[in-house]
Write a protein that binds this ligand. Structure first.
Ligand code: CP
Ligand code: NVA
Length: 309
């Protein structure tokens, strides 16, 4: 069976744990090597990943490219605007054609149904590089980052402040797989899709939603936020105003556990979802988190090729 990675539960908790452990080992094994040098075992020699971008990207694009290089393979990029996808060629036909020429496909797109459609027609692994619904690769990096900084996942308390978006959906999914709790401080009208919390609760995680930011952050081990206006969303003064009480400030961080970690997938909007003193302060792990996109990506791709888990 072809392994696709559309959401974290496609792999499951055991496989994600194997990915995290492999990422930690690979990261340590190449300490001090030039970033463009190949890992000693070059497990993806001869393999090519095609990356389709229908939305902008810096981290996902560079981390997948460098991940494949370090694993000994190659990658190529198709962007929505200059490929035939942008002129209306179907996802199904694109999937069929790319499957004849490359070994795996990564796609960043809007509607999650498009990536599901791609898996129905691709005969090679398809990886979700972000949809409006979820961002699983980001959360592999986030888990890796907090583990490296001493957080034991089971039983840990995570707080999300701001918009109920794609990144939050994948955090909730991870909570179900690794048995940690998520308390969400989200303004009315911007709640996450309840299906994610329902599934996580069935897996034993405690997922709660409050309108009170101070209550959401109380005693948290990890505090996470993201842009208030995701790619493709309409913004507007109304939304910014509704979000303002959920801005991650030093005063809110002080209500979390001493030494609580701050995460943000980036790009950030300092002065909107987070203040400068928090994102650039000692509790912020954002640069490790960004670097870990590279290390996490490698294990996602290896899992897709059946080399892990
Ligand atoms: N965090 C993240 O996915 O960043 P990019 O949009 O730059 O890829
Ligand atoms: N929620 C953001 C994440 C960007 C990496 C977006 O979808 O734009």
């Amino acid at each position: 069976m072809t392994r696709h990675f559309l959401n974290l539960s496609d792999a499951g908790g055991d496989a994600i744990a194997a990915m995290l452990s492999d990422a930690i080992d690979r990261k340590a094994a190449r300490a001090g090597m030039p970033k463009g040098a190949t890992d000693k075992d070059a497990p993806l020699a001869g393999r090519t990943l095609a990356m389709i971008f229908e939305k902008n990207s810096t981290r996902t694009r560079v981390s997948f490219d460098m991940a494949i290089r370090q694993l000994g393979g190659t990658s190529l990029i198709l962007d929505g605007g200059t490929s035939q996808l942008g002129r209306g060629e179907t996802i199904a036909d694109t999937a069929r054609v790319l499957s004849r020429m490359v070994d795996a496909i990564m796609i960043r797109t809007d509607d999650h149904a498009k990536i599901e459609e791609m898996t129905r027609h691709a005969t090679v692994p398809v990886i979700n590089g972000l949809t409006d619904e979820s961002h699983p690769c980001q959360i592999v990096a986030d888990l890796l980052t907090v583990i490296e900084h001493g957080v034991a996942l089971p039983g840990s308390q995570w707080c999300w402040l701001g918009d109920g978006n794609n990144v939050l959906h994948s955090i909730i999914e991870a909570a179900g797989l690794f048995k940690f709790d998520v308390r969400m401080g989200v303004p009315e009208g911007y709640d996450p899709d309840p299906r994610f919390a329902e599934a996580a609760r069935r897996n034993g995680a405690t997922i709660t939603l409050t309108r009170d930011a101070a209550q959401a952050v109380a005693d948290a081990d990890v505090v996470v936020t993201d842009t208030w206006i995701s790619m493709g969303q309409a913004g507007g003064e109304g939304k910014l105003k509704a979000m303002m009480p959920y801005q991650v400030t030093a005063a809110l961080m002080a209500r979390a556990k001493p030494g609580a970690k701050f995460l943000h997938c980036l790009p950030a909007h300092r002065g909107e979802e987070v203040t400068e003193d928090v994102i650039d302060g000692p509790q912020s792990l954002i640069w490790d988190e960004a670097e870990n996109r590279l290390h996490g990506q490698k294990s996602v791709v290896l899992w897709c090729f059946g080399m892990l888990g």
